[in-house]
Design a protein around this ligand. Sequence first.
Ligand SMILES: CC(C)=CCC/C(C)=C/CC/C(C)=C/COP(=O)(O)OP(=O)(O)O
Length: 279
Amino acid sequence: MAFSLQLQQIFLLHTRFCSQPKSITNPLISLKLPSIHPLAFAQNAAVSNIDTGVAAIDTSAEEVLLPPQLKRELMPKHVAVIMDGNRRWAKMRGLPVALGYEAGIRAVRNLIELCGNWGIRVLTLFAFSSDNWLRPKVEVDILMSLFERALNDELENFARAGIRISIIGDSINYSGQHDVVQACQTIAQKVKDGIIETKDINSFLIEQELQTNCIDFPCPDLLIRTSGELRLSNFLLWQLAYAELFFSHSHWPDFGEAEFLEALCSFQQRQRRYGRQSS
Ligand SMILES: CC(C)=CCC/C(C)=C/CC/C(C)=C/COP(=O)(O)OP(=O)(O)O
């Protein structure tokens, strides 16, 4: 219950600070508009999307100061992160789990700042999945109260910075499979109501019905998962179709600037072919 109040606040923030591109016909093109600078913070089992059309943090390409290892023209527009290893980080130090998540939240703050500084427009964080409800109640409660506190603490700062947060998911939790299922249900209903015909169904239409529809979000270019796990765990299943994957051995609370830089350098060395032949 307390958490839904937060969601309400987030959506208020969303309505107030988000500046949407006008006359969008192709969502991918719309996100390249230089006047729109979305930075996203996906919360939930998924996170969200932060969009800033606000001059105060308009990090248009020319103004962004990048570390020398990175090439501006090869920067990802959207980074998605599975923030694994908070409990293990705490256990390794003989600390309670809650302190692992608190350290994880500090790593989130740091990453948001780095993305803002380096001109990455959208950041999506996998914070709580449908499967996470199966964890001991005490751990779920800890996570929920930390989300609530972190969002309460940060909302004003985000608003001031013009950062827009979108919560992705079915109420609090998120499942990539569920997102595809709900998109199919919406489309089936439109066919039933005679709004579209079966032959109109294509990947663009499905994308539009996803909770992360590409009008607000370009699909992630880069997925980072920490803590050495090599799985997608039901995260952004459709949207990660052409994402480059980077797996870090660091536990999430230890994922800082050096680790992010390593992931971005690795990303910039990839040859992205989107299913085409190599050149
Ligand atoms: C406001 C906001 C977005 C906060 C984010 C807080 C945060 C770091 C959440 C991570 C949640 C989570 C279920 C991680 C996965 O495993 P695990 O880390 O619980 O444990 P593991 O060591 O068993 O992988």
